[in-house]
Design a protein around this ligand. Structure first.
Ligand code: UDP
Ligand code: MG
Length: 314
């Protein structure tokens, strides 16, 4: 038996999705408890990430109707990754094993059974991996795939096609809690925690209600964090580019001198123009990348709390 299972579900403005999600999970959990797969006091914990709609009201109502539902209310919106971490850290002493999933149930809930089976076999971390990307738009599919490839080349240890649908044992969460960094990209940190891990395949559906809460801006921020919080390779790339540009400029200097002494100085306006833009572009890009790291260091030294829990209903 897997012991006490907690489901942790970050919710941001999910008043449309929760009324569909809650009964499905409730039924699932009761079924698992009745068949003795998980312990009686297992729970479903919704983390309200500073929603502006009725999300928290709904969570409180579910909690009153059935104690299987619990809730964590954050003091404001801190984003999906922080909300998820808040959930894991808050429940880690009450649960033996935790599964995190999204409030819109895009991830097939039947994978929960497979994950628990893997946990019973002795795995501490079970990653949910999508078996296809059929329900994604072409753009999302393409950008996601190129991103995974790029991130891997940059040295990030990412599990291919794994979002944040995963099972973690208590000791894995305990391990995660020792990573105190502020720049949080859970998908990249959890492989570093170690312990035996495996994957489980599932199919991903469309969001059950409401709109995606991941705006383009939030997605880009997550993508940049994913790479810069794990690897200094982009900075090394900047250095190599700088070095190559320097070598080219020596060649250009020699070339210019030869042209000067042979009396051809006026020609070459176009090459000049192109190189100014090219070098200017590289310089700005490089500054941007370096700046990104300095920004990260700045945030880490301030060591601000990643979230503040206002209330924990259990
Ligand atoms: N979410 C959150 N805080 C945010 C944005 C999103 O807690 O600032 C939650 C959201 O409620 C959902 C999960 O993160 O449970 C994934 O978001 P969504 O389904 O909108 O993303 P998508 O599946 O479109 O990538
Ligand atoms: Mg979703």
């Amino acid at each position: 038996m897997a012991g006490i299972l907690y489901l942790v579900i970050p919710c941001y403005n999910e008043e449309e999705a929760l009324p569909i999600t809650a009964p499905i999970l409730q039924e699932k959990m009761h079924r698992l408890m009745d068949s003795g797969v998980i312990a009686e006091n297992s729970k479903i914990i919704f983390v309200n990430d500073g929603s502006m709609d009725l999300t928290w009201k709904l969570i409180c109502r579910y909690h009153e109707e059935d104690p299987i539902f619990g809730g964590i209310n954050l003091s404001r919106n801190r984003g999906h990754q922080n909300a998820l971490l808040a959930g894991l850290m808050t429940v880690k002493d009450d649960a033996d094993v935790v599964i995190s999933l999204d409030a819109d149930l895009q991830d097939d809930v039947d994978a929960i059974d497979k994950m628990i089976a893997k946990y019973d076999e002795g795995y501490d971390v079970v990653y949910g991996v999508r078996n296809d990307r059929k329900t994604d738009s072409f753009m999302k599919r393409w950008s996601a795939q190129s991103y995974y490839r790029f991130a891997r080349r940059m040295g990030g240890e990412l599990i291919y096609n794994h979002a944040d649908y995963r099972l973690m044992s208590r000791r894995a969460i305990e391990g995660l809690s020792q990573f105190s960094e502020v720049n949080l990209f859970l998908r990249g940190i959890i492989p570093l925690v170690g312990y035996p891990s495996t994957t489980v395949q599932y199919s991903r559906n469309k969001r059950n209600a409401g709109k995606s809460k991941y705006t383009l801006g939030k997605m880009m921020a997550l993508a940049i964090d994913g790479i810069t919080s794990f690897s200094v390779k982009p900075m090394r790339f900047v250095m190599v580019t700088g070095f190559i540009t320097f070598l080219i400029s020596i060649g250009m200097l020699i070339y210019t001198l030869i042209r000067f002494f042979t009396g051809h100085t006026i020609t070459g306006w176009s090459s000049m123009n192109v190189s100014i833009w090219f070098i200017g572009g590289i310089v700005l890009l490089s500054l941007g990348i370096v700046g990104e790291y300095i920004g990260k260091i700045y945030l880490e030294t301030k060591n601000r709390p990643k979230y503040i829990v206002e209330e924990y209903l259990k």
